[in-house]
Design a protein around this ligand. Structure first.
Ligand SMILES: Cc1ncc(COP(=O)(O)O)c(C=O)c1O
Length: 441
């Protein structure tokens, strides 16, 4: 008997839930565990809950009729190509267009050095696959993107976090950590960094530090993986110059159309030095043969026929208004003991709770008060981060954001009172990476 049914007809799942193969999995699968907070997020996606948790782009701001026409026209005019297998490296014309997009960040590259991937998430997976043996070290900001930590854990990498402040990664911490690891004989494979409007911290690596980070890594022979899905979503001024623009041989750059167009196309890319790019193409072919020709051509058609830079401006303005709503509400409603970052772009604010409060323990109470966030522990590989939470402003309307902060501030105030009355509870052990689900990435 199965309890879940799809329209009362077909069983949604079949057979026993007991895992008969529990002792047969590869060692790397042991790190792949569903988060204990995943179930809570199912509740958090109910309409009455203000979700400051999800990292979903607001795709409704796209002219959807135009996208519909474009897709239909593509099938009519170029169906035999769009519906066919493509090359492992990706559509050559789209790769040229990607080079044009990257020029906005000072990158001058040839289409031959680009590999189109299934979102930048797949690029992350491929890079990790070709570089990481179990136990190898990956350096990453602390905190870092939960989807990357999940990938690193799946390949059994050891993630070592580098300190970050409101100007991005701290170069001294990077240099000291590399030195300590080298002295201990630990194999460092790469530095994974999100220099612009970081997920989850919302901070941006300043210009002076960019060169320092590159110099430190170059001296130590550490490859840099620059993950940059939010770089064109800055609210003030021109886009920052990419790390890759100043070191073509020492940086693999990952880009994506998920935030500047729509994640549903699943089109991202890696720009890599020649030898690495060749390995990435082989890894890509073994993973999926080739990316979808259909969505690659659709994105190519969009870039060729639509004012895509104007659309990015529309997104920027929309997200800026929501960022302002969130920061304004935090400023006026949060207890003074709570602090947070002030992002200049992207989707996320990183909040720090008063001493003795644990964001994961608070989450069920917050959801009961109809507001959700992502607890900080999901963004560290080592279980730290309990005093932090990620608040995203990309999806809810400004009014809802303000209401969400009002509810959250009430919950935090109550928690502080409980702490003052009963003292701090024990902070629970943390195991594995909390992966709240794709909509929350
Ligand atoms: C920092 C970062 N990298 C990569 C991704 C993956 O994006 P996609 O696979 O949609 O390109 C995300 C998604 O939220 C992200 O925040």
């Amino acid at each position: 008997m199965t309890e879940e049914r799809d329209h009362g007809q077909t069983p949604a799942t079949q057979g026993s839930r007991i895992d008969a193969y529990v002792d047969r999995y590869a060692a790397r699968a042991t790190g792949m565990v569903a988060s204990e907070i995943r179930a809570l997020f199912a509740v958090a996606s109910r309409p009455e809950v203000v979700s400051l948790a999800g990292g979903m782009p607001y795709v409704t701001a796209l002219p959807l009729d135009m996208v519909g026409e474009l897709v239909s026209d593509l099938v009519t005019r170029r169906g035999p190509v769009a519906l066919q297998y493509g090359s492992g490296q990706g559509d050559p014309h789209l790769r040229e267009q990607i080079c044009e997009v990257m020029r906005l960040e000072g990158i001058h590259a040839g289409a031959n050095d680009v590999v189109v991937t299934v979102g930048s998430q797949q690029a992350l997976d491929l890079v990790t696959r070709i570089f990481i043996d179990p136990g190898d070290v990956v350096l990453a900001e602390g905190p870092s993107y939960v989807g990357a930590l999940g990938t690193f854990s799946a390949y059994q990498a050891k993630v070592v976090h580098i300190a970050m402040d409101d100007q991005g990664i701290v170069p001294e911490s990077l240099a000291q950590t590399i030195y300590a690891l080298e002295t201990a004989g630990a194999p460092i494979k790469f530095l994974y960094t999100i220099p612009n409007f970081q997920n989850p911290a919302g901070v941006t690596l300043n210009i002076a530090r960019r060169q320092q980070v590159l110099d430190i890594c170059q001296r130590a022979g550490v490859l840099v993986i620059e993950d940059n899905p939010y770089g064109l979503l800055g609210f003030d001024g021109e886009p920052m110059r990419a790390l890759r623009a100043d070191n073509p041989d020492g940086v693999v750059y990952l880009g994506s159309f998920s935030k500047t167009l729509a994640p549903g196309f699943r089109v991202g890319w890696a720009l890599a030095p020649h030898a690495i790019r060749e390995k990435l193409v082989l890894a890509m072919e073994s993973a999926v043969l080739s990316h979808s020709s259909f969505t690659q051509l659709a994105v190519g058609q969009y870039l060729a026929s639509q004012p895509w830079q104007e659309q990015i401006k529309t997104f920027r303005e929309l997200y800026r208004e929501r960022r302002d709503a969130l920061l304004g509400a935090l400023d006026s409603l949060m207890p003074p003991e709570v602090s947070w970052t002030r992002p200049g772009g992207g989707f996320f604010v990183w909040a720090t709770l008063p001493e003795g409060l644990d964001s994961k323990a608070i989450l069920p109470r917050a959801v009961a008060e109809r507001v959700a966030f992502v607890p900080g522990t999901g963004f560290y590989a080592d279980g730290s981060g309990a005093r932090h939470m990620r608040l995203s402003y990309c999806y809810p309307q400004p009014d809802r954001i303000r209401e969400g902060v009002r509810r959250l501030a009430g919950v935090i105030e109550q928690e502080m009172q409980l702490r003052d009355t009963f003292g701090t509870g024990s902070v629970r052990d943390h195991q594995g990476v909390d992966t709240p689900g794709p909509d929350l990435k």
